[in-house]
Design a protein around this ligand. Structure first.
Ligand code: ZN
Ligand code: ZN
Length: 375
């Protein structure tokens, strides 16, 4: 796991910004376990296992981190602005938690915990802070992570470029006669070849399987005439990519509605991008894309939200969904990925990542939106 940015003052500044939000919200402690939130705050995602690793940010004063003794050395290079409190397997972490928050133990403190902190760790914390009021750290951290710094946008663009380069090779692969899983293996290898550090997901949904938005790529042999939904992404220097294209396998008997459905999804995609700019709500971007599909008569077959934020995690704030009135701001990054899914027949989805700019948006995936015929 590599640090995304080597400048420690950047991480210290992020922690201070988190403390400012905590003060606004009256949160006394932030407890963050391994994962994207930790990587955002200190530069490493940490080691995610049954040994407690916990970054503790008080509303005022310096943060500290509880680490298993065997992780102390690996963590120490990130610990320029906070103290490391290690515990041994024989001791367990309880003593360290008490040492850090012991004074607050009897009071009614407000504590926020990371979404991905294991429940067994939360239970340990609740033993030490029995009277605490608990909330989700997302409420604090989304305020920071939802708009990206320029260096984060740069990494998202580099990750997107790897996905684009991968797709330009994918269209030359043999599809017909091979299983979805074989094609997935090729896509994974290409993503790694072009610089992705870790595969996160790859959906190859052929023919009727494409009608399940999150189809579990399997053994189906791809047929001539199939529409194939390809949705893939990976992690690059701590940031992620996520892109979908739908291709058509040459020959056979394509569904007679494929072209019409494809064009509708593509128009919906374009309408979503056109709507995205500072000041408009997340839900209005969803509505703009959805309206095209609804007016085309396929509204009931667009069965998910239009998009999700992206950054260190593939799915994060802001969600491009009905009911989310949050206004877009420069620096927000999210997918626009409308789809139409016809059960028993086929599916079409097209997905790019949009970054909100000063006066509009930039589509950071550059692959063509016209459908491509593959072998
Ligand atoms: Zn996707
Ligand atoms: Zn997505």
């Amino acid at each position: 796991m590599s640090a995304t940015v080597t400048n420690p003052s950047l991480f210290q500044e992020r922690c201070q910004r988190a403390q400012a939000v905590m003060a606004e919200q009256g949160i006394d402690y932030l407890f963050i376990g391994p994962g994207a939130d930790l990587q955002y705050l200190i530069g490493t995602p940490g080691m995610d296992n049954e040994r407690m690793m916990l970054f503790v940010v008080p509303q005022q004063g310096d943060p500290a981190m509880i680490v298993p003794a065997l992780e102390k050395l690996a963590t120490s290079k990130y610990a320029s602005f906070f103290e490391l409190l290690d515990w041994t397997d024989a001791e367990g972490p309880q003593g360290r938690i008490k040492q850090l928050v012991g004074q607050a133990a009897s009071g009614t403190v407000k504590a926020a915990v990371g979404n991905q902190l294991w429940s067994m760790f939360l239970l340990e914390l609740q033993k030490v802070l029995p009277a605490a009021e608990w909330s989700k750290a997302t409420e604090v951290l989304k305020k920071l992570r939802i708009t990206k710094f320029p260096e984060e946008i740069k990494l998202l663009k580099e990750a997107a470029a790897i996905a684009d380069r991968t797709f330009s090779d994918v269209v030359n692969l043999q599809f017909s006669g091979r299983t979805e899983r074989e094609v997935m293996g090729d896509i994974n290898n290409l993503l790694l070849k072009y610089g992705q550090e870790k595969m996160l997901f790859c959906i190859v949904g052929s023919g009727p399987n494409g009608a399940q938005p999150h189809h579990h790529t399997g053994d189906r042999v791809i047929q001539p005439g199939d529409a194939v939904v390809l949705d893939f992404g990976g992690a690059y220097k701590g940031y992620t990519s996520d892109m979908t294209r739908t291709v058509l396998v040459e020959g056979g008997n394509p569904d007679p509605d494929f072209e019409k459905v494809y064009n509708l999804v593509n128009q919906a995609r374009a309408a979503g991008h056109k709507q995205a700019r500072p000041g408009v709500s997340c839900e209005s971007v969803d509505a703009a894309a959805r309206q095209v599909i609804t007016e085309g008569g396929y509204g009931q077959y667009f069965v998910h939200r239009t998009g999700h934020g992206i950054g260190m995690e593939v799915h994060e704030e802001p969600y491009i969904v009905g009911g989310n009135s949050l206004p877009l701001e420069p620096g927000m990054a999210f997918s626009i990925e409308p789809g139409i899914y016809l059960p028993g027949r086929f599916g079409v989805r097209i997905e790019d990542i949009a970054v909100v700019t000063k006066d509009g948006e930039e589509n950071i995936n550059l692959s063509t939106h016209e459908y491509i015929r593959v072998k």
